[in-house]
Design a protein around this ligand. Structure first.
Ligand SMILES: Cc1ncc(COP(=O)(O)O)c(C=O)c1O
Length: 407
């Protein structure tokens, strides 16, 4: 029999006893969600500006997702990728028709999609007469995942620590500093991998010159430009892909998070010669591109593109930054170093060592969920369906928290 728990306290007590303690958890148990709101086991209602860390793009229990899941439960959840399945083809077609890419390869998470990009880059070099090329240049403060290759690709010691020896073949440059990339470029480099907007690294959008400079450098050297859009793809920045805001086209790009509306899925999108590299037997996974995850991905993309959700992210993102600027300038000018973002990924860099006190007060006093990243950056990644009313509530909670802290 499956034991039923009645309260937050019961779930927490049993969770602390049975779950592996590798995540720091807030002291509530999430029970259900509705749009931009979530409810805990005790019935408390929270405004969700964490959004599953940029996963719940369509919010919680979007009717199209509910319908898709119900239909899927009665058709087929999984079949081997020895066979074709319609949802995988539909998802890939939607991505290709709305981007610069020609082919899509599915994976099960962001880390796996990035593993796919790294393997693709190494094989691409060998296929094109450069067996000596194996190094991928990534950026300091980046985040690319927790597998051994992707944690090594991640330019943060805190993510490497304890896991040495790490795989070889990664070098780190300064984000938004083209010269620092050129300084570590040599004949062994096969690709450059970067996020167009660093997410975990503190919500830092790349500059136009940086991304364009990387593109030109990769073209000059005959190596691949690869973007990690696990967090900022799937409509988050007000375009399907973040790089579409810059007009700079990579050779490959990863997706995950919001693509499946909560069901694990990742993707590597590729164009040109890079779209021909991963041949049968070189890469794959049992679950990748399965009918369940892909049906949800196709539905997610369809609603995002055709029901104005991506456009809403663009418009509401501007509203968020405008309103937040006004409140911060008026009430807390000394507390904040910078407000930055693109579409519906926004951050407030504080002049205090940690943003956690603000996160805690938003939670305790106003039941608003936000999070703190990279030490002292408050991060806001709500569902892309969020409207002005919810943004006003979130800003009010942040304002009140800073006032209470005397910031
Ligand atoms: C930019 C980026 N890449 C990769 C990952 C890893 O994705 P996953 O946790 O699905 O493996 C993340 C997760 O936060 C991310 O933000």
């Amino acid at each position: 029999m499956i034991e039923k728990f009645k309260t937050n306290a019961e779930v927490i007590e049993n969770g602390d006893k049975y779950l592996y303690g590798n995540h720091v958890r807030m002291p509530i148990s999430m029970e259900r969600g509705e749009g931009v709101y979530v409810f805990d086991k005790d019935g408390n209602k929270y405004l969700d500006f964490v959004g599953g860390i940029a996963v719940n793009g369509l919010g919680h229990c979007h009717p199209a997702i509910v319908k898709c899941l119900q239909e899927r439960a009665e058709t087929i959840l999984h079949c081997s990728n020895y066979f074709y399945n319609e949802p995988a083809v539909q998802t890939a077609k939607l991505i290709v028709e709305n981007s610069c890419f020609e082919k899509v390869l599915f994976a099960n998470s962001g880390a796996e999609a990035n593993e796919g990009q790294i393997k693709l880059a190494r094989k691409y070099a060998k296929d094109h007469g450069h067996p000596e090329r194996f190094v991928v240049i990534t950026m300091k403060n980046s985040f690319h995942g927790r597998t051994l290759a992707t944690c090594t690709a991640t330019g943060q010691y805190a993510v490497h620590r304890y896991f040495e020896p790490l795989p070889s073949g990664f070098r780190y440059a300064e984000f938004n500093n083209l010269q620092s990339v050129k300084d570590i470029m040599d004949e062994y480099v096969c690709a450059i991998l970067t996020e167009p907007v660093q997410g975990e690294g503190g919500v830092r959008p790349a500059s136009q010159e940086f991304l364009q400079g990387l593109r030109d450098l990769c073209d000059e050297k005959g190596i691949l430009l690869m973007f990690d859009e696990v967090q900022v793809g799937s409509g988050r920045t007000g375009k399907l892909f973040a790089h579409q805001n810059y007009g700079v086209e990579p050779d490959t790009c990863s997706m995950a998070k919001a693509l499946g509306s909560g069901v694990p899925i990742g993707a590597v999108c590729a164009r040109g010669e890079a779209a021909k590299t991963l041949t049968p037997g070189t890469h794959g996974s049992t679950f990748a591109g399965g009918p369940l995850a892909c049906a949800l991905a196709a539905t997610t993309l369809d609603v995002m593109i055709n029901d104005g959700v991506i456009e809403n992210a663009r418009v509401m993102g501007e509203y968020f930054r405008d309103q937040m600027h006004k409140v911060i300038e008026k009430n807390h000018p000394k507390a904040v170093n910078e407000i930055r973002g693109l579409g519906m990924i926004n951050g407030i860099q504080l002049n205090h060592p940690s943003g956690q006190p603000v996160v805690d007060l938003c939670f305790q006093d106003n039941k608003v969920l936000i999070n703190n990243t990279n030490g002292n950056v408050l991060r806001f990644v709500p569902p892309l369906i969020t409207g002005k009313e919810e943004i006003d509530l979130c800003i009010k909670a942040v304002d009140e928290a800073m006032t209470k802290l005397g910031w």
